[in-house]
Design a binder for this molecule. Sequence first.
Ligand code: ADP
Length: 302
Amino acid sequence: MSDSQTEQNVAAILGASDAEPARAAALAVAVRGASKTYPNGVRALESIDIEVREGDFATLLGPSGCGKSTLLRMIGGLSSPTTGSVVLGSVKQPATSGASTTVGLRGQTPGAAHRKPGLAFVFQNPTLMPWASVERNVRLPLDLMGEATGSAPRVHAALQLVALNDFAGVYPRELSGGMQMRASIARALVTEPRLLLMDEPFGALDEITRHRLDREISDLWARRWLTVIFVTHSIYEAVFLSTRVLVMSARPGRIVGELAITEPQPRAEAFRLSERYARWCKELSEMLAAGSDKSGAQPLSA
Ligand code: ADP
């Protein structure tokens, strides 16, 4: 493939131009009055009301076990709310249970959702197929959607986004933990999702790698038309990445506060060392402690 063709594919994944897009305020996700009780009786979430706007980098922050992953999985349609509803864009589908969940994104019919999902997940474990090359791993969602034909330029462009194009032919075991995670992100981006759901994606990595991937995902988000919902229990990571942080209490998880991190994007390493960063972290830490006090749980340390 020629360099100009690759550039066109990268540009397609990034959006029409590399310029900072005007942030529209359309609703990307709305969770209304949602609760979740698992069949074993664990009440994971209670009365969740959140709205995420297109272009947000929204982070769910709270102590382990407070229901962050449960909420993310509900937003991604991997789990249904026990009560209440989850709406992506303007498309809502009733769930069989009587509560509501969704499968489609704005502008898509639910039936089209399986062909072009509009959302993608990145989990803490990169979950790469060990017997397949990086290229084949990244191509997997296109294979599953029946779009394998002519997929090479899209795979190449996704790998270029995460700077893994020189590693297309290698196997996951040959990659470092950070590179495996970048392959997992490329696999998510290859479908050109509008909504990226990330469940503690860098939690298992060493701190230096984690900081580097934080910078890379901040840069990717800022360069393309993408809405991100990110789960972490790290105050530091939440402040570095987010436009908005939604603070959750201990189980059953509730939203106990919200903080808009009004700092320029993408964030550079210098931000981490700034006084402003320390002030945001302090404010968020106090919100978490106040939320924990209200729920009777232990405060969370960063
Ligand atoms: P977090 O992501 O904040 O760590 P989770 O959403 O993973 O929290 O879990 C919230 C609570 O729900 C925990 O007490 C967990 O043990 C419980 N839980 C999670 N998944 C299940 C499940 N499939 N069945 C029963 N309980 C679950």
